[in-house]
Design a protein around this ligand. Structure first.
Ligand code: PBG
Length: 334
């Protein structure tokens, strides 16, 4: 609510903007390192760090290197890391069995990180796209993404990740009833403490392009994801998906992509008052990096401004590829 204001010149709003210290006193929004979740890409091998062309500054890391990244995150004050695997095309199948292999890349990385860096929260992605010969998040039968069979596969995947020690499961698939099915299975198998951050309001977005390169899914993908991800023009539908996922046992919810969907973030926070996160996705990252590399914008300033905007919109935290760079600045290190 805006309070009544005196007229000019009794009111001079610029008094509050005059010096850095006064601006600091009246600042409404704070960004801290504890607001950041760092998404990282995994690959096979040892001592490997492989650049991703469409995401300058982001690399696919072998498991030993991701352990070092997790240590760095803790040193920087970043509370969580989120794992995404680049899967060898040779193990991709129509039924996506590699997704729940206890020794797949993600599960090996979870165990390695939890044993070497127990203080960091390890988040995972639950969706079939990195393992799917079709590039889709669900199992495809006769050209259709079949819901219930996919949910069974996702539950297996969730249990394998929980068994490996994951702290936060991130279902990003947008199948119906996956949260309830996963929550019941986790309870039944003694994983009462594993949290779920549901990608509840996940839009069918073109901003995911560079990510699909990063996990090697873009070549495989046939068609688009519009039969399961939300139409970008819809806001009420996103709120219904959030309400449903909370009712099914999600602990935290996410809006994705981020910057183009800040109105959704605000509506979710105001309506539900639950831990609300946004994902500043690969395309958002790539646009800022590319413009900065061309000298068209100040990359650091735009990075910090975009992250602050998520906090202003009501988010409790942000998944962002900028996490280590932003944390370094927030810690006052160059
Ligand atoms: C997989 C998944 C995607 C992203 C996160 N998990 C891609 C997609 O849905 O096609 C996108 C992340 C990004 O673009 O940074 N289901």
């Amino acid at each position: 609510m805006t309070s009544p204001q005196a007229g000019f010149p009794r009111a001079r709003p610029r008094r509050l903007r005059r010096t850095p210290s006064i601006r600091a006193l009246v600042g409404e929004t704070r960004l801290g390192t504890s607001d950041l979740i760092w998404p990282v890409f995994l690959r096979d091998g040892t001592d490997m760090s492989e650049p991703i062309a469409s995401m300058p500054g982001v690399n696919r890391l072998s498991v030993d290197r991701v352990v070092l990244a997790a240590k760095r995150a803790v040193d920087l004050g970043i509370p969580a890391i989120c794992l995404f695997p680049y899967t060898d095309p040779a193990v991709k199948t129509e039924l996506c069995e590699e997704a729940w292999n206890p020794d797949n890349l993600t599960n090996r990385a979870i165990r390695a990180i939890k044993s070497a860096v127990p203080d960091i929260a390890v988040m995972t992605d639950i969706a079939l796209d990195p393992y799917n010969a079709n590039g889709h998040d669900g199992i495809v039968r006769d050209g259709e993404i079949v819901n219930d069979e996919t949910v069974e596969a996702l539950v297996r995947m969730a249990l394998a990740q929980a068994d490996s020690g994951a702290d936060i499961l991130g279902p990003s698939d947008m199948m119906d009833h996956r949260i309830g099915a996963m929550r019941d299975a986790l309870e039944a198998k003694g994983h009462q403490h594993v949290t779920i951050m549901s990608y509840s309001a996940k839009y069918a977005s073109a901003f995911y392009g560079p990510f699909r390169d990063a996990v090697g899914a873009s070549g495989a993908l046939k068609g688009d994801k519009a039969t399961y991800q939300i139409d970008p023009g819809n806001g009420d539908e996103a709120l219904r998906m959030i309400a449903r996922d909370l009712a099914e046992g999600a602990d935290m919810v996410m809006v994705k992509p981020g910057l183009a969907y800040l109105d959704i973030c605000r509506r979710v926070k105001d309506r539900f008052g639950v831990p609300t996160f946004a994902y500043q996705v690969s395309g958002e990252y790539a646009m800022i990096r590319a413009a900065a590399q061309n000298g068209w914008i100040d990359g650091e300033k735009v990075m910090m401004e975009s992250l602050l905007a998520f906090k202003r919109a009501g988010c409790d935290g942000i998944l962002t590829y900028f996490a280590p760079d932003a944390a370094r600045l927030l810690n006052g290190r160059a």
